[in-house]
Write a protein that binds this ligand. Structure first.
Ligand code: BGC
Length: 476
């Protein structure tokens, strides 16, 4: 063994580095952080309506104040700068910007995002803007929402309004966040807004979302400078089964079609999977897919956003149905939770599955550039007597997922960035404020912000563009 020389440093124990120019960020969504639901001309969104129904949200929590980001955005950007983020992913509230869901923009609504973007740029942070993170104007839901094909045109109009105002300063645009959640949680299980539970509607909505994405891409390309990048954030997941029987493998195929390929295939192949259409033929003839729709849905994107939390586990019945995942057209599928291992509100923690997922996308769909647009974990964080928030569990989670991501890059997957969910504790949909996902803790009574240990650790990651050890050896 030769000793390392000055010209050839021993890098065997160096922390794994990420590619030069890698984007490091954290994410939020408008309804989850902004509050100010009545401010400056905003109208109610479908989530305002949903959360007002008793029993829908844990503890009866409401998003009226959320974490008051609408008023505190400057302080929050200062905290982002302290963390060293070079990217911030946020979403625009459609009812703030276009309160009637059609027609002219509300200048005051756009002003807020314009001020936010300027503040980010002044702090050296690139804005990554999501147009739709689930909160469309209630007035559009009254006209049928995503079940109504007209909604796709409404979305494209809204995209044009936002792009016209912010296109000169926002380099990365995301059309939709997790259309699976809108379609399946919103219209199959009904546990998200608008709270519909109808299988045929779910598939119609899924298609309208795919179409809206494509129309949104067209609208953005028409309004944005050529340097701007366009994306969508999907939440694909590896699907697993406990025992490898032919029946269970068929369950995996069906679940994979409903969770993954129903969005990935139109987007990246311009078609729906034949097996999905066959599996659901007793529900719909898919007549809502019109000539030209798939060509629109497959409009080229610059980067694919992947939100990853957990793999799925299914088997052929009989057994317990999964209230979260309603397997439209495949009633025999049951949910089999793995017997051991840590789990969260999303399911088991499985970092290796992120590497598997990214390799699968590359293998099946080609070398599309990817940004991890969400990944994170909730924990019951508190500010200790020493003023610290000790969230060692989140640090371990991030460490494991970044290692898996690094492995995927080494495998050859073209990953351009990692955006953590979430920047800050916020309104976690049906869980209200009971689940804390942030790198920054928020005291619910005072709105006081405290950077958690995970935030300090993430700052080291960003500064080094590499994964530091979990427990750095003591100096000396
Ligand atoms: C959503 C976020 C949510 C996060 C944690 C994602 O599915 O995009 O809005 O807060 O998961 O549950």
């Amino acid at each position: 063994m030769t000793a390392p020389t000055e010209t050839a440093p021993d890098r065997r124990h160096a922390p794994p580095e990420f590619p030069a120019g890698f984007r490091w960020g954290a994410a939020t969504a408008a309804f989850q952080v902004e509050g100010a639901l009545d401010a400056d001309g905003r109208t109610p969104s479908v989530w305002d309506t949903f959360t007002a129904v008793p029993g829908r949200v844990d503890n009866g929590d409401r998003a009226d104040l959320a974490v008051d980001h609408y008023r505190r955005y400057r302080d929050d950007v200062a905290l982002m700068a302290q963390l060293g983020l070079n990217t911030y992913r946020f979403s625009v509230s459609w009812p703030r910007v276009q309160p009637d869901g059609r027609g002219a923009a509300n200048p005051k609504g756009l002003d807020f995002y314009s001020r936010l973007v300027d503040e980010l740029l002044a702090n050296g942070i690139e804005p990554m803007l999501t147009l739709y993170h689930w909160d469309h104007p209630q007035v559009l839901q009254d006209a049928g929402g995503w079940a109504n094909r007209d909604m796709t045109e409404r979305f494209a109009d809204y995209a044009s309004l936002v792009a016209a105002r912010l296109g000169d300063r926002v380099p990365l645009w995301v059309t939709l966040n997790e259309p699976w959640c809108t379609a399946f949680l919103g219209h199959a299980s009904g546990i998200h807004a608008p709270g519909v539970a109808d299988d045929a509607t779910t598939l119609t909505v899924a298609h309208h979302l795919n179409l809206a994405h494509g129309l949104g891409v067209q609208a953005l390309r028409a309004a944005l400078p050529g340097t701007a990048q366009v994306s969508i954030a999907l939440n694909p997941a590896p699907v697993r089964t406990p025992v490898d029987t032919p029946e269970n493998q068929d369950a995996v195929r069906r679940a994979d079609a409903l969770r993954n390929r129903i969005f990935l295939d139109p987007l990246l192949r311009g078609q729906y999977p034949a097996d999905l259409i066959a599996d659901t033929a007793h529900i719909t003839d898919w007549g809502f897919v019109r000539d030209g729709d798939l060509a629109t849905a497959t409009a080229p994107i610059d980067v694919l956003g992947v939100n990853y939390y957990t793999p799925l586990y299914v088997a052929a019945g009989p057994g317990p149905a999964d209230p979260y995942n309603r397997w439209v057209g495949s009633d025999g599928l049951v949910h089999i939770a793995p017997a051991d291992g840590p789990s969260t509100i999303h399911g088991v923690v499985d970092a290796a599955a992120l590497r598997e997922l990214l390799n699968r996308i590359r293998h099946d769909y080609g070398p599309v550039p990817i940004v991890i647009a969400e990944n994170g974990v909730a924990s019951p964080d508190i500010v200790g007597p020493d003023g610290r928030v000790d969230d060692a569990g989140r640090v371990a989670y991030l460490h494991a997922h970044l290692a898996a991501l690094h492995d995927a890059i080494t495998d050859g997957v073209d990953v351009r960035g990692y955006v953590m969910w979430s920047l800050i504790d916020n309104f976690e949909w049906v869980y209200g404020y009971s689940q804390r996902f942030g790198l920054i803790h928020v005291d619910r009574d005072t709105q006081r912000r405290t950077v958690k240990d995970s935030g300090h650790w993430f700052r080291q990651v960003i500064a080094a563009n590499a994964i530091p050890p979990l427990d750095p050896p003591a100096a000396g």
